[in-house]
Every structure is written in structure tokens, then in C-alpha cells.
Design a protein around this ligand. Sequence first.
Ligand code: AMP
Length: 116
Amino acid sequence: MKTYDESNIFAKMLRGDIPVEKIYEDEFSIAFKDIAPKAPVHLLVVPKGAYIDFSDFTDKAKPEEISGFFKAVGHVAKKEGLSENGYRLVMNTGKDGGQEVPHLHVHILGGKKLGF
Ligand code: AMP
């Protein structure tokens, strides 16, 4: 079984150990801009709970954390003006999924028509 690594960068942001310019925050989640954007708009939504990835989240999170998190994703996309033209959600999960930061996060990508 995988163990959550408290030293990952998103854990440090959530603890306030390193600064983060939040564009959104609620009881369950925070959102901020990706430092290396892969689209004109590239945002990350991160649950406050210590979950490694999507599997860990769906295994362990309470239903209100899961619904709260997904509601935050939709809210942030709308708030940042992406609802009209659409956007892409990406959740890289684990080694084969190319996940670099071992704290669950959703990428919101938009601002242009995205290729594959
Ligand atoms: P993933 O490969 O799905 O784990 O994505 C991790 C994302 O976190 C990458 O797109 C990085 O550019 C982004 N990232 C890493 N460090 C920071 C940071 N300090 N602030 C904002 N985004 C970051």
C-alpha cells in the first residue's frame, strides 16, 4: 500500500509552508494556476485532504469531500470564464498516468481549442 508523502509540494502549500496564490478556496479544496501552463488557461484544483491520487481519494474520502471537490472544479472553471467554450479535465494517476506530484489534483485546461 502507498503511503502519503507529507513533503510533496501541494501538501506544503496546504500547510502554508510555501506561498500559493489561491484563485479559489472552500472547505474542501483550493485552486491555483499551474506554474508551467500547457494551455492559455491551466489551473489546478487540489483537495485539502491528504489523498495520493484518484484511487486513494475514491477509496478513503467521505462522500461530502468527493462531491465538494468536484463541485469546486466546476465552480472554478465557470469562475475563470471557461464554461462557454469548454475545457479539458485531466487527473494524472500514478506512475503510468504520469503523475508527478503525489497529492490528488485536477488540471483544468482551456482558453483555446485543445488538440490531443
Ligand atoms: P502532475 O504531473 O499531474 O502531477 O502535475 C503536477 C503539476 O503541478 C504540473 O503541471 C506542474 O507544473 C505543477 N506544479 C508543480 N509545482 C507547482 C507550483 N509550485 N505551483 C503551481 N503548479 C505547480
